[in-house]
Write a new protein. Structure first.
Length: 225
């Protein structure tokens, strides 16, 4: 084997996808927590944002990789199915707003803040986002399941996908959460939606940015009282 062939082989061996990796839809990917060995693979994706659902602090080596590759991190710690359905639904609705709007956001004159983070700051019109939790199974599976409801998938197909990625520890509570999740209460601006053919625009709610911010601030205030 020549030296050039050996170099090609080494490069190919370095491209290791994250566990439970898959493309959800145009511009959105899912996976387990990215490890150092997965960094070359993430570079190939051309990511410009990562949305993580873990509660723990993000590792320094991962933060360094994101900074070096101009990838913006958004962290929304979700406590799995250990919280009430109503509170969990509120949190997933806010996260889904962001997922739905990532595709075409060019920037607002006023930011949309959650937990002190400007959610729209730094997004571009051409985007690639990775959604992950620790294993890429339950929390990520719930968010993807809620996204599929927005895309009018049947519950049979949604649960089949959920179980495929959460096996062998699929949770009935997660599937119940997805089934009861009310997509009609996901409120966002129709001007900033991704180009997904599955979306039915006649069923979506149009709101202005200041109203979104005001709604979020009210709900955060209620939760802190």
């Amino acid at each position: 084997m020549s030296s050039s062939e050996e170099e090609i082989q080494v490069i190919e061996e370095e491209i290791i996808p994250c566990e439970n990796f898959n493309m959800v839809c145009k511009g959105i990917y899912r996976s387990a927590f990215p490890k150092k060995k997965n960094f070359p693979f993430l570079k190939k994706l051309g990511l410009n944002s990562i949305l993580t659902l873990i509660l723990e602090d993000y590792p320094e080596q991962n933060k360094k990789f994101l900074e070096e590759n101009n990838i913006k991190l958004f962290q929304f710690g979700v406590a799995g199915n250990k919280v009430a359905q109503s509170l969990r639904s509120i949190f997933y609705r806010h996260i889904l707003k962001i997922v739905m709007c990532l595709g075409t956001i060019c920037g607002y004159s006023r930011g949309y803040y959650m937990c002190g983070v400007n959610l729209y700051s730094g997004f571009s019109c051409r985007y690639q986002v990775l959604i992950h939790c620790n294993k890429g199974k339950h929390r990520t599976g719930c968010l993807v399941g809620c996204t599929r409801k927005m895309q009018h998938w049947s519950l049979t197909s949604i649960f089949d996908e959920y179980r495929r990625f959460s096996s062998p520890k699929s949770r009935s509570m997660d599937q119940q959460f997805i089934e009861l999740f009310d997509v009609s209460r996901v409120v966002f601006d129709l001007r900033y939606l991704p180009d997904w053919p599955e979306l039915s625009f006649s069923e979506l709610v149009l709101v202005k940015q200041p109203q979104i911010t005001h709604e979020l601030e009210n709900e955060e205030q209620k939760s802190s009282d």
